[in-house]
Ligand binder design. Structure first.
Ligand code: ATP
Ligand code: MG
Length: 405
């Protein structure tokens, strides 16, 4: 079917009162960015909908990209015809013929924005219902919960027909919530936490700690590859890599073993908070899930969180591992996350980290290292890059692993 436009319905944002303008502008900008590969498109943002005029572009390809834009509740591929009932009838039949495999019952639902049109909504519903029943004998009319609803809209500039409503990504447009930093490891949880944060409108930047030569170039590449995987939801994502070797060595040399992990995490959080401040972020996100490992007990989180009053938001805090994995599979980060490259937190991991670190001891042991000096040195070594969805950092390794499977 040669559709002429995609009609996009907003999600929650339509209830946001005076912020509505900002939401619609963001959604419009984000949609433009997501669809920049289709130069012929014209996009119009209206009060309650976005109209994407296809001008010959492939509707399936456009809809595949639209499905990644947060803030879109659902969308319908639509055909515009002249204000002529014969044209409407022909298009309605062609459209429903393509839909017959979706089910056997249908109804026609007409709306008129133009009340001067020669027929009213009941007349149009009845007229189209009759000719569809005649043309497609497999179909029967059902008013309550039909398999197919043919939507007809009479407007001043034409009549619009659609018969499919496709679920969008939901959530809120990226950017409407402000900026946040994600502590991104190479694991399963933090990319999922990042996806969920973006879904609530956060303009996310990645902060990744690495410790060469203890961690390989590949561990860093993996974190970048994960960033590229979720970049389609934002257009592109800033990736901030932080050297952590010296801090880990100092902690290893000076701090009692049971507190290595807690103090490492405090240093990570302090540095992330500093970067957040420099980048005008409002909060820090991580992939912690309560009780999953030693650092993720409430006592441990309290001891780590002690270094800042910045909100630390944990989108997967109450999820079971299986629930997190399900999302990781849906957003296609799982296979990457399970690639076996050492993370900087595992290399100096003590055999028995404290699951209930004592706050006073934590603070005292931390005095054994030069917190300020180490932080400054690490921050001076930061590298920042912008990662786009089409970038790859681990192609070779992924191909090799695919061959092994
Ligand atoms: P993940 O699957 O996200 O790695 P995890 O269950 O393996 O999580 P940890 O490795 O203990 O848990 O890490 C807890 C959180 O700390 C991560 O979700 C992430 O937000 C942050 N984190 C861990 N390692 C790094 C790192 N190298 N750089 C930045 N943040 C990190
Ligand atoms: Mg991890």
């Amino acid at each position: 079917m040669q559709y002429t436009e995609i009609m996009v319905r907003y999600g929650e944002l339509s209830t946001k009162g005076k912020n509505r303008r900002d939401f619609i502008n963001r959604l419009f900008g984000n949609t433009m960015k997501a669809l920049q590969a289709f130069p012929a498109l014209q996009i119009h943002a209206k009060r309650d909908r976005l109209h994407i005029i296809l001008n010959g572009e492939d509707s399936q390809a456009v809809m595949a990209k639209l499905g990644l834009v947060f803030g879109i509740q659902n969308y319908s591929p639509t055909i515009r015809v002249e204000r002529d009932m014969n044209a409407v009838r022909q298009t309605a039949i062609a459209m429903l013929k393509e839909q017959v495999q979706q089910g056997a019952t249908f109804k026609v639902n007409t709306r008129r924005a133009d009340h001067n049109f020669e027929m009213d909504t009941n007349e149009i519903n009845a007229d189209l219902g009759d000719i569809i029943l005649n043309a497609i004998p497999e179909l029967t009319v059902q008013m309550h919960k039909p398999d197919i609803t043919l939507r007809v809209e009479v407007r001043l500039d034409g009549i619009y027909l659609s018969s499919q409503t496709i679920l969008g990504a939901g959530g809120l447009p990226v950017g409407t919530a402000g900026r946040g930093m994600l502590m991104l490891s190479g694991g399963i949880d933090s990319p999922v936490a990042g996806y969920l944060a973006m879904k609530r409108g956060v303009d996310l930047q990645m902060v990744h700690f690495f410790s060469p030569p203890y961690t390989s170039e590949k561990a860093l590449a993996k974190a970048k590859e994960l960033t590229a995987k979720i970049a389609p939801y934002a257009g592109s994502i800033q990736f901030i890599e932080v050297p952590f070797t010296k801090i880990q060595e100092e902690i290893k040399n000076k701090v009692p073993e049971g507190y290595l992990m807690t103090i490492q995490r405090r240093m990570m959080l302090r540095i992330t908070d500093k970067i957040r401040e420099m980048h005008h972020g409002l909060a820090i996100f991580n992939g912690e899930s309560l009780g999953q490992v030693a650092s993720q007990t409430m006592q441990s989180m309290a001891a780590i969180n002690d270094v800042t009053t910045t909100p630390i938001l944990r989108p997967v805090i109450s999820m079971d591992k299986n629930e997190i994995i399900k999302i990781a599979e849906d957003i296609d980060t799982f296979d990457l996350s399970v690639m076996p490259f050492e993370d900087c937190c595992t290399i100096f991991a003590p055999p028995a980290p404290k699951t209930h670190p004592n706050m006073e001891k934590t603070r005292n042991y931390e005095k054994l290292i030069d917190v300020e000096g180490l932080m400054a040195e690490s921050i001076a070594g930061i590298k920042t890059s912008e990662i786009r969805p089409d970038q790859h950092f681990l192609e070779q390794d992924q191909a090799e692993i695919a061959d092994l499977l």
